[in-house]
Design a protein around this ligand. Sequence first.
Ligand SMILES: [Fe+2]
Ligand SMILES: [Fe+2]
Length: 295
Amino acid sequence: MSDFLNAYSIQTWLESCPQGYLENTEYGHAPGVKEPDLVLENPTLRKEAIGVTVQLVVGERCALAASSGLINCAPDYPSKRFLATQTLDEARHVEIFTQRLFDLGVKKDELESVISQHANPNLVKFAEVLLEKVDKGDFLAGVVGQNIVLEGLAFSVFEMMYAGNVELNPKFASTLSGTIADERRHVGFGENRIGSLLLEQPEKKPEIEKMQKEMTYYMLATFADRFRGQARVMEEIRRIVKENALEQKSQVWHGTDLATADAAEMEHVLADTVLKEFKTRLGRIGLEYQTPAQP
Ligand SMILES: [Fe+2]
Ligand SMILES: [Fe+2]
């Protein structure tokens, strides 16, 4: 427990996060850095950037509700303190991605309507399955749903988006890199804390596995909407980027070149990477991954 206490203490969080990789940043990036002109000026690119960022805000709002909701049902003080740091991390994620919407030209009084207009209904359902557990005060299910499933998803999506943006949009890429560092800490906590609790309460496993299966279904359905539904827009974006002489350098992520892959290949590499992560992490805490229906 003492390693656990150190790794997830507020002191460690202060040193590594606000006084570490976030030092001298402004909304997660170097002060004064702007979105590329092309993103701000081209209606297709701007609309796509807003659409993607809304999903991030929706996911992070769910993580904020879940991490803060879990504080009061956590069985021990080290977990409560860690979740308090996570709550602040998630609130920051909500803030920086909301700020990106403003940077992309969304007006402050339009924010909620833009979010409800673009939020993917399957992602909203994914969040509801998790928040139902949190509202019931179910700590074990809540931590598995949040720190393994939701954050396993977020971690891979952010990494993939980082790889896709590191050349073309350094502002967004650096916002993502600080978020990835936070998510790495959050998934680590899920694994370390839950394994031992599940050993004490093995009777909880079937219900948690059922939640994982449901959340995984809605996650894959979100990917399907995103990639299958947006294939034409993705091609259009590539064309615009090329036309503006911003030839994207080869950017290989888990064996797939994101600069040339089509929508189906992108969906496949993302789903494959996230599901592999789920299987490994769930296995480490003694749960068996449950395969959902294919959306
Ligand atoms: Fe987050
Ligand atoms: Fe997180």
